[in-house]
Design a protein around this ligand. Structure first.
Ligand SMILES: *[C@@H]1O[C@H](CO)[C@@H](O)[C@H](O)[C@H]1NC(C)=O
Ligand SMILES: *[C@@H]1O[C@H](CO)[C@@H](O)[C@H](O)[C@H]1NC(C)=O
Length: 192
């Protein structure tokens, strides 16, 4: 319950956070561009492009082509959106484990494994959002995203059985993975 309130609060804070980030962070060598152009440049597929645009809209970014921001602002927004999504999934998993008595033992083992996978993924996405991007030193960004993505992939792979893919958590994990991939690709616009 308390956690749910925190999540709600975080969701409300997204637009405020991005504006603050944009105002506070001005990494001098990072290009400025429109949000649509950033998604276009970063994303190779329509699926990823559409998700990128959705993440921007949810973060209350001004989408008009004439409005530009440093690419850092988009990268931080995407990392933040990914972090919130991870938290939401982790809560859903932990709720299932503690409250759903009809979980099979296979499901239980998979969800517990996923909780272990999400811990390092969560810690790395927080580091990216709060330290790596705001510091304007992007040297370790790619390695940090690799840690995020490989750990969420580990969880996805645990759920890749005919019964587990039908679990309500599977689409949430896939959505997390896609968000992390978009955030990683936006991070590559910063030119490390
Ligand atoms: C959060 O999780 C719930 C299920 O617990 C899901 O229905 C909802 O779409 C999720 N929200 C986000 C923003 O991922
Ligand atoms: C409990 O787990 C079962 C098996 O995965 C699932 O079908 C059901 O929707 C879950 N119940 C709730 C309340 O989430």
């Amino acid at each position: 319950m308390a956690m749910a309130k925190i999540i709600l609060l975080l969701l409300v804070l997204v637009p405020i956070r991005i504006r603050m980030a944009a105002a506070l962070i001005d990494c001098p060598d990072v290009p400025s561009l429109g949000a649509g152009a950033a998604c276009q440049k970063a994303c190779g597929t329509k699926l990823m492009y559409d998700l990128c645009i959705r993440m921007m809209r949810e973060g209350d970014v001004d989408m008009s082509p004439s409005h530009t921001e440093r690419a850092t602002a988009y990268a931080i927004l995407a990392a933040h959106s990914t972090a919130i999504s991870f938290d939401n999934t982790t809560i859903a998993m932990s709720d299932q484990l503690s409250q759903n008595s009809s979980l099979s033992s296979k499901q239980r083992v998979a969800y517990e494994g996923c909780m272990d996978d999400y811990a390092p993924a969560d810690s790395s996405i927080d580091t990216i959002e709060e330290e790596t991007l705001p510091s304007c030193h992007f040297t370790f960004l790619a390695a940090e995203y690799t840690r995020v993505i490989t750990n969420v992939e580990k969880c996805r792979d645990r759920l890749l059985s005919p019964t587990l893919v039908k679990s309500p958590l599977y689409p949430m994990v896939l959505a997390d993975l896609n968000k992390a991939v978009v955030a990683n690709m936006l991070g590559k616009l910063l030119g490390t």
